[in-house]
Design a protein. Structure first.
Length: 460
């Protein structure tokens, strides 16, 4: 089995999808281009998960005046982030055609800085104007919370455009002895490092290991300002990097395409499949901490550990954050393993992982045990790469447009976790709400078996 370091040492070139090759570029330049995309992949993963991990703390800090709808309001943080995907994916495609991959990448990071500025402003506004509230029925919600939701949307828009650039780029950068789904797994490993670190960053650094009920809104300002500075430095670095465009993956500016992008059935169903994938991935990643807190309050689920927190490296980490980290850490392990699967097709990978994830979620429901959900991350790890690879198969110059269309499906990360929060409020608990994850896994299994088969190509 070939491991990740061996793969990264291979020669890189970029090819004309589906089968023709461009050998005019320099190998070392392409290698740097491939590797440099790990930086934005890390940023997307880190900020996406950090954003979802703010649900629990902000539920206590911002939503003290909200009654029985706390779960619903808390999941609006994730909803606003993923709402950006269907609304801004087309912008990413248009910018890629006009400004190229590097120009689009840098513009998206400027948008991210603006969104982080709104996060900072939400905290500052709430501290300066503590009585500025909006009354929704009997619920009292600070105006600063809605500023945070706007910031979540803006940073989500940045993440959307970043992925419109990254996914087709990694798919098209050929590495000897690999297939596209492997290359997405390699890039996804950087994403998973970010998602694994983020829960500890939120609970251990931003909130200093405090219990949820002790969190103060004022603690948000310095971390978000620091992130703005870090992203600004990254933009300065990317200005100096060479990120060449890839031939054959996008239409030329002003070129009229002969076919509608929606005429490719494997892409259409792929958008639906990614809707369910991102939805169920975020349901677990964002809501497992709320489920864990509920279990601790009701049943003392962490009593066998002797406490509801653990101390690592001198920092106290809450058990719910540990569960989220185990889930995202499982995705990191799965992607590292997936990067070595050169002989297993993305269709077979998707079949095996969806069946495994379904069984684990079913067991979690039957035993009412959130710990079982953490293992699902291992199987969610390569689903994105498998679905994306199958969706853009044989699309040629339609690929960059397809990448933008593909982002429409990511709105599942907004809708399904919010729907799950509503179901949890209606049922009075999280246990049976995980049925929504099982439904999503079964649709992805259908896509692997039937929906992903190519009926029309870019040339036909």
């Amino acid at each position: 089995m070939r491991m990740l370091p061996n793969i990264l040492s291979e020669s890189f070139t970029c090819y004309l999808i589906p089968n023709t090759y461009d050998t005019t570029g320099k190998t070392d330049q392409l290698l740097r281009s491939f590797s440099d995309h790990g930086i934005p992949f890390f940023i997307v993963g880190f900020l996406t998960t950090a954003n979802t991990q703010f649900q629990g703390p902000l539920k206590e800090a911002f939503l003290e005046g909200v009654g029985d709808l706390k779960n619903t309001f808390a999941t609006l943080i994730t909803f606003s982030w993923f709402l950006a995907y269907p609304l801004t994916g087309g912008i990413g495609s248009a910018w890629t055609t006009t400004y190229g991959y590097k120009g689009t990448l840098i513009r998206s990071l400027f948008i991210m800085i603006a969104g982080l500025g709104l996060f900072f402003l939400s905290s500052l506004f709430t501290v300066r104007f503590p009585d500025a509230n909006l009354h929704i029925g009997s619920n009292i919600v600070p105006i600063g919370f809605f500023i945070f939701l706007l910031g979540s949307f803006v940073v989500g828009a940045s993440a959307t455009i970043l992925q419109v650039v990254i996914n087709p780029y990694l798919t098209a950068c050929y590495v000897k002895g690999t297939q596209p789904v492997q290359r997405l797994a390699i890039g996804g490993s950087a994403n998973s490092i970010g998602t694994t670190i983020a829960p500890f960053f939120v609970t251990g650094i931003v909130f200093g290991g405090l219990a949820m009920e002790e969190v103060q809104v004022s603690q948000l300002m310095i971390p978000f300002f620091s992130l703005m500075v870090i992203i600004s430095l990254i933009v300065m670095i990317l200005f100096r990097l060479s990120l060449p465009d890839i031939q054959g993956t996008k239409a030329e500016a002003g070129e009229k395409l002969e076919k509608s992008i929606w005429s490719f059935s494997h892409l259409k169903l792929g958008v639906i499949a990614i809707f369910f994938y991102v939805g169920v991935e975020v349901c677990i990643g964002a809501n497992i901490n709320l489920y864990a807190i509920e279990q601790e309050n009701l049943h003392g689920a962490f009593s066998f550990l002797g406490n509801d927190s653990l101390s690592l490296f001198g920092i106290n980490f809450a058990i719910p954050a540990l569960m989220a980290t185990l889930y995202w850490g499982g995705m990191l392990i799965g992607r590292l393993v997936g990067s070595s699967l050169s002989r297993i097709s993305p269709r077979v990978q998707l079949m095996v992982t969806t069946v495994s994830a379904t069984l684990l979620t079913l067991l979690a429901i039957l035993f009412n045990n959130p710990w079982l959900l953490t293992a699902v991350g291992l199987f969610h790890s390569i689903m994105w790469g498998a679905i994306f690879t199958l969706s853009v198969n044989q699309l040629g110059k339609y690929t960059s447009i397809a990448a933008g269309v593909f982002m429409i499906g990511v709105v599942g990360g907004a809708i399904l976790p919010l729907l799950q929060g509503v179901i949890a409020d209606l049922l009075g608990g999280w246990r049976w709400s995980w049925g929504i994850v099982i439904f999503g896994e079964l649709f992805m299994l259908y896509y692997a078996l039937v929906g992903s088969r190519v009926k029309q190509t870019a040339e036909a």
